[in-house]
Write a protein of this length. Structure first.
Length: 94
């Protein structure tokens, strides 16, 4: 096996894993998604890297993504710098 074929196998595995995650997320109802987001935030803010961080890169949810807004607000309340991606719709942002 070559490094190139290993990489191809990994790409196929990643695609399959992402498809499975999307399928499972699509099956979740709104209440379950909110509960899962809350659990994710609880685990995040209890983690050692979170507790030591001065700057935290996060994202705000789009569509059915996990809702990390409570963690963003907590970080701001604690005086941490929160870094959020910005997207643009004009051609310069593409």
């Amino acid at each position: 096996m070559t490094a190139e074929s290993d990489s191809g196998d990994l790409d196929v595995a990643k695609i399959a894993c992402r498809a499975e995650i999307r399928r499972r997320l699509a099956e979740l109802g709104e209440e379950d998604r909110q509960l899962a987001s809350a659990r994710l935030v609880d685990r995040l803010v209890a983690s050692e890297p979170w507790l030591r961080a001065e700057r935290i890169a996060m994202f705000l949810p789009i569509g059915r993504e996990p809702d990390l807004r409570p963690a963003v607000e907590m970080a701001r309340t604690l005086g941490r710098t929160v870094l959020l991606p910005r997207s643009r719709t004009d051609p310069a942002g593409i």
